[in-house]
Design a binder for this molecule. Structure first.
Ligand code: NAD
Length: 362
């Protein structure tokens, strides 16, 4: 049965990189029998310009009906003076909330060909392939009560609440265990159970779930140690699962191990495994419209979509191989350029991946 994909290019380089993803989807449809239909809709600043809101009802409706969503990026200086309620980023946050996309999957993959791009020594990061599962709709970013209050002595007091229910922990835990089953079958749950009661509960729930996934080896680590281990010996990890705030920090740290923002995809999933897939970078206004953006994070986001929402793991692996083959050929966009390589633009990189995919099919 054909699956529906909502395509949301967004703003800035979003339009350019998503065009390359559409070429890839066309190839998968024409040459590999992938049964998908795509519909495009507006989000972010371009949606605001056309409709007065960054998340038009038509876009939300399309996304609700879709099996998966592919997003480019939103935002740009043009919309920065706007009221916070209609800023492009509100469109993205609104979509995450409306679709209850509670599980954020952020891989940090370092292709061996790009090891020199990392700020860490090549032997520590070459071949790195870890995945951080971050809880995205709960925890301290959403907990009540929150605020800043005046005290009688004239001082102010600010407070936020770190809160998780068993159900919230269980659902992110299950995504993490199932993700680990599809990879190296090792899951590290990150908490601060020595200090925070709520993460003691987190640890208990994760331990309780482990019985349902006997093929996955579960370990626990305190967040401060996890931060240290990520920069000391990151290849010890396969899948990490953690709370919203810890995941926010650790996933950015892990992303930077790879040194190349233009290479990293992400997924945000809900309970039905409907997911939104997007590169981790933004709309890059400084290079938008020049045809020089790296489309590989977006193409790898398509691979994640195939793996996690469309049940097409084999096609996903083909995309991973095609990207690797193109890097082997020495093709590089500006952000990952190094001596002796050949610099190409967005479209040439996209075309090369499609050609490598076809070549791999024989
Ligand atoms: P950014 O990720 O857009 O850019 C940071 C730097 O990385 C820039 O120098 C840019 O040229 C470069 N870069 C990013 N993606 C690249 C790619 N694919 N190829 C080559 N170089 C690339 O972050 P920013 O400059 O802080 O933000 C710009 C806008 O994007 C802001 O409006 C911000 O709110 C928005 N933003 C959106 C998202 C999203 O849509 N998910 C995420 C982050 C930022």
């Amino acid at each position: 049965m054909s699956k529906n994909i909502a395509i949301l290019p967004g703003d800035g380089i979003g339009v350019e990189i998503v065009a390359e993803a559409c070429k890839l989807l066309d190839c998968l449809r024409d040459d590999f029998g992938l049964q998908v239909e795509t519909d495009e809709a507006l989000i972010g600043g371009s949606a605001y310009d056309a409709t007065g809101t960054p998340l038009p009802d038509a876009t939300l409706e399309l996304c609700r009906e879709a099996d998966a969503i592919l997003l480019g990026a939103v935002g740009g200086p043009k919309w920065e003076p706007l009221d916070y309620s209609v800023r492009p980023e509100r469109g993205l946050l609104g979509l995450r909330a409306e679709l209850d996309l509670f599980a954020n999957l952020r891989p940090a993959i370092l292709y061996p060909q790009l090891a020199e791009a990392s700020s860490l020594k090549a032997d520590i990061v070459a071949g790195l392939d870890i995945l951080i599962v971050r809880e995205l709709t709960g925890g301290i970013y959403f907990g009540q009560p929150r605020g800043v209050e005046e005290l009688p002595d004239g001082q102010k007091r600010g407070y936020n609440t770190l809160v998780y229910s068993t159900a919230e922990i269980e659902r992110i835990g299950r995504v993490a265990f199932e993700t680990a089953q599809k990879r190296g079958k090792r899951l590290c749950s990150v908490d601060k159970a020595n200090v925070l009661e709520v993460t003691e509960l987190w640890r208990d729930v994760m331990t309780g779930l482990a019985g349902d996934y006997p093929d996955v080896e579960l370990s626990h680590m305190y967040v401060d140690n996890a931060a240290m281990q990520l920069v000391r010996a990151p290849k010890q990890f396969d899948v990490m699962v953690t709370t919203n705030m810890f995941g926010d920090i650790l996933s950015d740290c892990a992303a930077m191990l790879t040194g190349s923002i233009g290479m990293l995809p992400s997924a945000s999933l809900n309970a039905e495994n409907c997911g939104m897939y997007e590169p981790i970078h933004g709309s890059a206004p400084d290079i938008a419209g020049q045809g020089v953006a790296n489309p590989l994070a977006t193409l790898l986001s398509v691979a994640m979509m195939l793996r996690y929402s469309l049940g097409e793991a084999e096609l996903a692996a083909r995309i991973d191989r095609a990207v690797s083959a193109v890097l082997d050929q020495g093709l590089r966009t500006g952000d990952i350029m190094s001596d002796g390589m050949r610099q190409v633009g967005t479209a040439e990189m996209g075309d090369a991946v499609v050609a490598a995919l076809r070549a791999d099919a024989g």
